[in-house]
Design a protein. Structure first.
Length: 250
């Protein structure tokens, strides 16, 4: 069933008002009518089955029927920090990572990032990334939209490390050294509601300075299997391994 992520202010005790692009989507794309059902999610991740009662050109009013009991959210919060990459690779990571349950994304300017983001363009980019996350969250029946931060510097990213319960840096040299246990050992220790930060490099990989800085700040270098993955594949490998370990095995 189609779902919409709304602001808390759009909810009343019994009703929800869907406006703007979402109202247009219900009418023009979904071609829904009075009596049809949609799912409306608030900003705390509560989603409600709602029945459309009234429609105008700009607004749809729906009555709240019942709360969605089942959760599709990961029991742990996984934040992916991605070195800025060329073209639309980050968009792809955000779309697919959202389907796979990521909690948030922090793009960062890595030493070997070919793209340097102009601060003026950063806000526009951030809006676009957040829109992609919203659409992917709707499509994959999530209860929450992952948040995409504005691109950060190496320093800003390292200063965030201590706030997480577990921090891994996916390091290509560890793959070359056949490192096998870091990801497994970390996931064995993870408990429900823990926060995990996974740092992934850009196409050119990490510089020594970055790896040393991340380790000093408390991150642990790990391999994601024996093959060298593209920058956009690495977060998806990690997210599927985390889902397998935490959502399927336990
Ligand atoms: N050009 C580099 C590879 C960069 S891969 C080289 O040839 O060495 C881009 C990023 O993906 C890396 O910085 C790392 O964060 C991640 N990555 C790719 N494969 C990986 C693996 N097997 N283990 C851990 N991280 C990996």
């Amino acid at each position: 069933m189609q779902r919409y992520f709304l602001e808390d202010t759009q909810f009343d005790d019994n009703y929800v008002i869907i406006a703007g692009d979402d109202a247009k989507h219900i009418q023009k794309v979904m071609r829904m009518n009075e009596g049809d059902n949609v799912i409306c999610c608030n900003q705390s991740g509560d989603c409600f089955l709602s029945a459309i009662e009234e429609m105008t050109l700009t607004e749809v009013r729906a009555s709240i029927q019942q709360i969605e009991e089942r959760s599709s959210e990961m029991p742990v919060h996984v934040t992916i920090a991605c070195g800025l990459t060329k073209a639309d690779k980050l968009e792809w990571v955000i779309q697919k990572g959202t389907e796979m349950g990521a909690f948030s994304y922090i793009p960062f300017e890595a030493d070997r990032s070919v793209v340097k983001l102009d601060p003026k363009k950063a806000v526009k980019k951030q809006d676009r990334w957040n829109k992609i996350a919203k659409e992917a969250a709707e499509q994959s029946h999530r209860q929450r939209i992952p948040f995409v931060y504005k691109p950060e510097s190496f320093k800003q990213l390292t200063s965030r490390i201590e706030a997480f319960d577990h921090v891994l840096v996916a390091y290509e040299e560890e793959a070359r050294n056949d490192e096998k246990s870091r990801l497994v050992d970390t996931l064995a220790k993870v408990e429900e509601k823990d926060t995990i930060l996974l740092i992934v490099g850009p196409e050119g990989g990490f510089s020594d300075r970055e790896i040393e800085g991340f380790i000093q700040a408390g991150a642990h270098p790990c391999a994601l299997g024996p093959r060298i993955l593209r920058a956009e594949t690495a977060p998806l490998y990690a997210l599927s391994a985390i889902s397998y370990h935490i959502e399927l095995l336990r």
